[in-house]
Structure formats: structure tokens, C-alpha cells
Design a protein around this ligand. Sequence first.
Ligand code: NAP
Length: 278
Amino acid sequence: MKIGIAGLGLIGGSLGLDFRSLGHEVLGVSRRPETCEQAIGLGVVDRASTDWSLLATAEVIFLCTPLAAIKPTVLQLLPHLAPETVLTDVGSVKASVVEEIAPLWHNFVGGHPMAGRAESGLEAAQPNLFVGAAYVLTPIADTPAAAVNCVEDLVRPLQTRIYHCQPAAHDRAVAMISHLPVMTSASLIAACMAEPDDAVLKLAQTLASSGFRDTSRVGGGNPELGVMMARYNQQELLRSLQAYRAQLDQFMALIEQADWAALEQRLQQTHAARPEFL
Ligand code: NAP
């Protein structure tokens, strides 16, 4: 199949590597000419350009730009598209993207591969990034079934687990398990950095190991992506942050009251619940 990728960064580049290794022809468009040259050099695409007309012959186009650039990208693409071309995006937020893009293009399927890395840009692209990951599709009532099937047939061989849900349900769920962790992890790093004693801060930095690596990973990732999550999923993120603050208050109260039995009970509950998410 001839696949177009708009936005050659971490996600677009990783999709390109996998699609090419599965025998598809991949055409890429990105904003900067040097990214296009690099994409050809890295084997991410067969051909690349900064000119949207390159994607005119693509049968399916994956929109892999930052969230804010998805609608402007579609508006640039529209004059070049054949009526049967399928558009799908990979944005981390779905309700606002689907609301904006579905009225512009009938053959549009909202999508979100639930895989990523702390690094961003084309250099961070890697093969097999999506193996074992959930790939969420958010078709709405009038999304053509053929378009949904077409996207599924392309992403299933990447060894993804495909799920369907409503855009709003997606945004509420990912607020909890993806966007909230970015903010709490960033707050953790900020709280450590606020340590007033320089010697203690240096010691903490020296002693930090696997626990800090795990808990700080998403908060130390791509700042642009974090801002986009907050901007495009503001209400659901605030709701999950309020729930988190309520939990934090309860944990603090137990520690202040030295109620170790109750604290242990809460930690037993979280210990038992974690595998349900992973
Ligand atoms: P990224 O590494 O920053 O890649 C985005 C690429 O898009 C940039 O490298 C840039 O390439 C290009 N670009 C930027 N503005 C553009 C524009 N106006 N027109 C065309 N190309 C443009 O970001 P990413 O992490 O791959 O994220 C891309 C999308 O995937 C986002 O919508 C995000 O929500 C979603 N997503 C991210 C993750 C994650 O963990 N990172 C996971 C799942 C989904 P140039 O060098 O050409 O400027």
C-alpha cells in the first residue's frame, strides 16, 4: 500500500520504519527540508518533501504532527486528496481533533497509538515502537467502516492491540493514565529541585536511581507534548489532578496521624490494583 506520513518525528518516523519493513511504500512530508533529507537517509520513508502534493497519491495518510498542527495540516492537504483517501491521526487527545477534522474529511478515523519515548524528533524514531502497545481508534457514527478497517489492517501487523472507544471516553481515560502522570511526575522533579539546601540537593541527585528513573521519566519528557496534553484535554486533566490531590491529602493525613495500619492498608490496595493497569 502507498502510505503517507505528515510530520516526521518520533511517532511518524517510527511508523515509517515499521511500514517500510512490512513492504509498504512510504511518502513523508515534514516542515523542515533537513528533516525530509534525514528521513530518507535513515530509511524512514521512500520519498520525502516539504510539499504537500507529494501525498496526493497516498491511499492512507497518518497525521503525525503536534496536536496544534493537525488541523492546519489537513487544510493544506485537502486540495491534493482523492475522495477515497483515508486520513487518520495519532494525536494524544481525541475529542477536539475528531470534532475539528471529521467535518473536513469524511474518510477520517481518529487514532492514538499508546506508545512513546521521553525523546522527541526524528532521531528518536525506532523500529517496533508499537509492539504490544494499545492502538485506540475513535470512529464516530458516520465514520465509514471501510476507512476503519483500512487503518486496522495497517496497524494490526505492527503487533498492536486495537481498541475502539468514543473520543470523549478516550480523553477521560488517558487523562488518568497518561496526562496526569506527566503532571505529577513533573511536579515530583520540581519538588526535588525546590530543595533549599544545595548540598542535600546534590546528594539527592547523586543517589537517585531506578525508583527516581521510573517515576520521573514522563515528567522529564517532551515539554511541547505536555503542554499540548494540558491545552487540548484541559477539563479532563483538571478533573484527574483534583482526584489525585484528594488522594494525596488522604495519604498526608494518614502520615500526619501516624496511622501506619491505615497507610499499610491503602498501600496494600494500590499494590493489588497496579497489575490491573499493566
Ligand atoms: P515530534 O517527535 O516532535 O514530531 C513531530 C514532527 O512533526 C516534528 O519532528 C516536526 O518535524 C513535524 N512538524 C511540526 N510541525 C509541523 C507542521 N506544522 N507541519 C508539518 N510537520 C510538522 O512529536 P511526536 O512525539 O512524534 O508527536 C507527534 C504526534 O503524536 C502528536 O500529535 C502527539 O500527540 C502524538 N503522540 C505522541 C506520543 C509520544 O509519546 N511522543 C505518543 C503517542 C502519540 P520538522 O523537523 O519537519 O519540523
